[in-house]
Design a protein around this ligand. Structure first.
Ligand code: BTN
Length: 335
């Protein structure tokens, strides 16, 4: 733990009381000017810390930023987010940063977070609107022992984690649109972008990138997505602390990933089906100029969508843009 973070924990432990510069300097074994330097750095990180020449320092309010030390406080996971959380004020795409770390051997459970993305990537070449401090832009590194054709399982389990985290923390009526668009009242509130790196016939690592619209007001959504996108703020009328949601998401990702590793994918699938509610629905899936139409039969044990067309033929669909024929939904896709 860095001295700055140690100093922060000490101030937080004593949040009701003034702590003198002298006692902080003795406690941390640093000079009083070094204490002051760290206080200034903490303020720049968004912490409200009062100072008085006579009384010292008083911790008043934690930062709203998704700083690693803020996320870890109260994070109920064994591994996810407990090791490295690579934090950026701004980056092009957290999936790209996570990929670099994974290539350098970063362990499973490593998380990359950014307050803002300048080239946030959506599925199928789309972009992801990522304004500063208004959303969650996070990428998680997983290293599952899995053949590449079973990768859709990871897509489904992480979308269940995202949907459930959102539902627990906001009580909004969350649904999943196959395979991993998270919707509220038919509008997209979150999406997951999976990047898979394979080696021979096995998955080397998977990057799970979550984009979630938290405190984005309606008027700041780009016009191109205004009709189809929403945010927690728009739906609830309230500001929501982003750290509560990311902690819940990491906890549930770890929980379902452990279940999956114990061979309990069926249970996750059942949850996914509850959120998705598409079994029996007539759908259309478009991919690379090809269209499949049919009724959804089930999701198979590999996590692949199975539909039956009007001639009674079965199709296994790995990816595409899906439209439910009798609803006004927009398409979701899988990469
Ligand atoms: C989608 O198109 O629905 C997927 C959107 C995924 C966006 C997230 S934000 C964090 C991570 N980094 C990216 O560049 N994209 C994903």
């Amino acid at each position: 733990m860095s001295t700055k973070v140690q100093l922060l924990s000490y101030l937080k432990e004593n949040r009701e009381t003034w702590v003198s510069g002298e006692s902080l300097s003795t406690k941390m074994a640093i000079s009083r000017s070094a204490v002051w330097k760290h206080i200034k750095a903490l303020r720049a990180d968004g912490y409200t810390i009062e100072s008085s020449p006579k009384k010292g320092y008083l911790f008043q309010k934690a930062s709203d930023l998704l700083l690693p030390e803020e996320i870890r406080e109260g994070l109920k996971t064994r591994s996810f987010g407990q090791q490295e959380i690579a934090y950026h004020r701004e980056t092009d795409s957290t999936n790209l940063r996570a990929k670099e770390l994974a290539d350098q051997g970063a362990p499973e459970g490593t998380v990359v977070i950014s307050e803002k993305q300048t080239s946030g990537r959506g599925r199928r070449g789309r972009s992801w609107f990522s304004p500063a401090e208004k959303g969650i832009y996070a990428s998680l590194i997983l290293r599952p022992s899995l053949p590449p054709n079973e990768a859709p399982k990871i897509v489904l389990l992480t979308s269940v984690a995202a949907a459930e985290a959102l539902s627990i923390r906001t009580k909004l009526p969350v649904t999943i649109k196959w395979p991993n668009d998270i919707l509220v009242k038919g509008k997209k509130i979150a999406g997951i972008l999976i990047d898979i790196e394979t080696e021979m016939d096995a998955v080397n690592y998977v990057i799970v990138g979550l984009g979630l619209n938290v405190n984005i007001p309606y008027h700041s959504l780009p016009e191109s997505i205004r009709n189809d996108a929403t945010s927690i703020l728009i739906e609830t009328g309230k500001q929501t602390p982003r750290k509560d949601i990311i902690r819940e998401y990491l906890r549930l990702c770890e929980k379902y990933y452990e279940q999956f590793n114990e061979g309990r994918f069926q249970e996750i699938l059942e949850r996914w089906e509850k959120y998705a509610n598409i079994i029996g629905q007539r759908i259309r899936v478009d991919l690379a100029g090809k269209t499949h139409m049919g009724n959804v039969s089930h999701i198979d044990p590999d996590g692949v969508l199975v539909i039956i067309d009007s001639d009674g033929r079965t199709h296994r669909i790995f990816s595409g843009d899906m439209t439910v024929m009798n609803e006004m939904n927009r398409g979701g896709s899988i990469t």
